[in-house]
Design a protein around this ligand. Structure first.
Ligand code: SOE
Length: 376
């Protein structure tokens, strides 16, 4: 097997999910490349050491520029807050490294364009971690749609609901709560959660033509986690938009961190002329499917337990009937990336694909701000 030396920048929750993916992919998939956890970089040396020990990295760096400059690093994984994605990704590409960037690609479309140009100019493999495409049930939805089973699509709707910021005492900024700080995150739920829904929607249902959105910031001031200073909150706490897809269907999207009782509920539903399907992250190995072509006396919503060897990714997981979990989506994404290095076919979503999601996010935020429709 050919080693692929990984340099991880960042050490949060996503750093853990990706590291697990690198460690596991070769245990389930037959691949030419084998990730090697070479180095992790964090500004805080103690934290970098603790992460390296827990996840199995061979060495640490405290300056990401040093990690990128190392000859023994093949691929850089950008797992930092969003405001560093651009600088690090471009520097890594210019140093000839492959780049795997956490979502959303960038803080804005303008940044995203620069990032695409950098990886394309350098000719390096690149990918963005929109992991929900790799849930076998969601991949099966893609397969059913591509086979034409739904026929003409009329409606696409998706929600991503959480409740972790309802308490006004939750600070913003800092290592744990940077997602609430516009300077580090760029936006609130639009970039953090709706971006997932948009990525999946573009993949399943094609391009979006235009959007009309509204956002709300429910808690107007928060204390900064590091300085203790009270600051205005400038992210979107909730966002809803509707849209026209280029295939003629209508889209409806909602995301919030103020839906009491929902911790991370991502649901989607697609209604076509001949069939419908729906999926729910809390029951992630099931795809609900309604086929109007069924005999009318038994017609109804089927609950397809996606754990059979014939279904996407499932041939590689132990025995049929034993379902998988959230963390495996990252293993699948690593496996697909490694396979792409073998075949030379780009892994998706790459930076260009993620730029399309960024365009929708930017248009959604602009539409909400200006209270008007925006073309993509
Ligand atoms: C936020 O809470 C978060 O962790 C996102 O950043 C992830 O992208 C999403 O998959 C789950 O929620």
């Amino acid at each position: 097997m050919k080693p692929l030396n990984i340099g991880m920048i960042g050490y949060g929750f996503m750093g853990r999910t990706h590291s697990n993916g690198y460690r596991q992919a070769n245990r389930f998939f037959d691949l030419e490349y084998q990730p090697v956890l070479k180095a992790v970089c964090a500004r805080n040396e103690e934290k970098a050491k603790a992460f390296a020990e827990q996840q199995g990295y061979e060495s640490i760096e405290t300056d990401w520029r040093k990690l990128i400059a190392r000859d023994d690093i093949d691929a850089v994984d950008v797992c930092t807050p969003n405001n560093l994605h651009k600088e690090i990704s471009i520097a890594a590409a210019e140093a000839g490294k492959m780049v795997l960037c956490e979502k959303p690609l960038a803080m804005s479309v303008a940044e995203g364009i620069e990032m695409c140009e950098a990886v394309e100019k350098a000719g390096v493999a690149n990918m963005v971690w929109y992991n929900y495409r790799r849930v076998p049930a969601v991949t099966l939805a893609k397969q059913l749609i591509d086979e034409g089973r739904l026929g003409k699509v009329f409606h696409y709707r998706a929600n991503f609901l959480q409740d972790w910021t309802i308490n006004a005492d939750v600070p913003q900024g800092g290592a744990a709560t940077w997602r609430l700080d516009a300077e580090a995150a760029g936006s609130g739920v639009t970039g953090d959660l709706l971006a997932h829904c948009i990525d999946t929607a573009l993949w399943l249902n094609g391009d979006i033509e235009d959007v009309s959105a509204m956002t709300e910031t429910f808690v107007k001031e928060r204390v900064h986690a590091e300085t203790g200073a009270k600051q205005p909150v400038t992210i979107d706490d909730a966002c809803m938009f509707h849209c026209h897809f280029k295939n003629g269907s209508l889209g409806l999207f909602e995301s919030t961190r103020y839906a009491r009782g929902h911790k991370a509920l991502y649901t989607l539903e697609v209604n076509g002329e001949n069939a419908s399907l729906r999926w729910d992250l809390h029951d992630l190995h099931r795809l609900e499917y309604f086929d109007h072509g069924d005999d009318s006396i038994v017609r109804g919503w089927r609950s397809v337990h996606v754990s059979d060897g014939d279904q996407p990714y499932m041939g590689n997981w132990w025995v049929p009937g034993l379902q998988i979990g959230y963390e495996h989506t990252f293993i699948h994404q690593v496996a697909d990336f490694l396979k792409s290095l073998e075949t030379g076919e780009p892994a998706h979503p790459n930076f260009r694909d993620a730029l399309e999601t960024q365009k929708v996010c930017d248009a959604v935020l602009a539409s909400a701000k200006e209270r008007c429709w925006k073309n993509i």
